[in-house]
Design a protein around this ligand. Sequence first.
Ligand code: UDP
Length: 242
Amino acid sequence: MPDRPAMKRIILKLSGEAFAEAGSSSGVDPEIARRVASEVAAVADDGVEVGVVVGGGNMVRGAAFAERGMDRSTADHMGMLGTVINALALQDALEREGKETRVQTAINMQEVAEPYIRRRAMRHLERGRIVIFAAGLGAPYFTTDTTAAQRALEIGADVILKGTQVDGVYDRDPNLHDDATRYDHIDFLSALNQGLKVMDATALSLCMDNDLPIVVFRLLEAGNIARVVAGDQVGTLVSSGR
Ligand code: UDP
């Protein structure tokens, strides 16, 4: 199995559900945001440069609203605005942990956050600030997984850490099949061809084309982000396999 990549600068992808109220997949729970923030703060305290891409599925998923008759682009704009709510919740929680943070949005809203400026984001990271990237790519028909891949490439991150509800990538849905097996490692092409739910195909293709590894792991397990960053065999490594 290939070695885990070095992790000096990371993009952590948090789905909107990571902020949801306990027992629900919607809403924002400040206590859950605080738990996530303390885990993120711990790796930043160890000197890792951390960028976070936040999802918005706990608010609005554009595709689901479009299925119910709404104009897709409008629904996607609503989804992107939802990610900003999560970003502000995370910023607040991180600052209560004593971390310096910046939120940068791909849709301008200067009253609440900086606009996304790549060079400025990199400067913040070099100075030890945690940068939270919100509003996706600012364009409909994309996801925040694709945003994570795009931002990671732009800022020169070593890896994407994708925190999820399950502890890695399985050959089939572990909620439906008792005998599902978890991969320690899988290469990009196999993940794509098997349609495994690692990330959507656009995001996965972008990572594959640019040799950007992904580690998929369970988010809400104490100390897990730090373990992944330390190179422990936690979750599933998705990479070119070379
Ligand atoms: N979205 C978008 N363009 C982007 C990123 C997100 O249109 O570049 C919209 C899209 O409607 C998506 C929603 O924002 O469903 C929330 O993002 P996502 O579904 O990726 O959130 P997650 O599943 O990570 O919670």
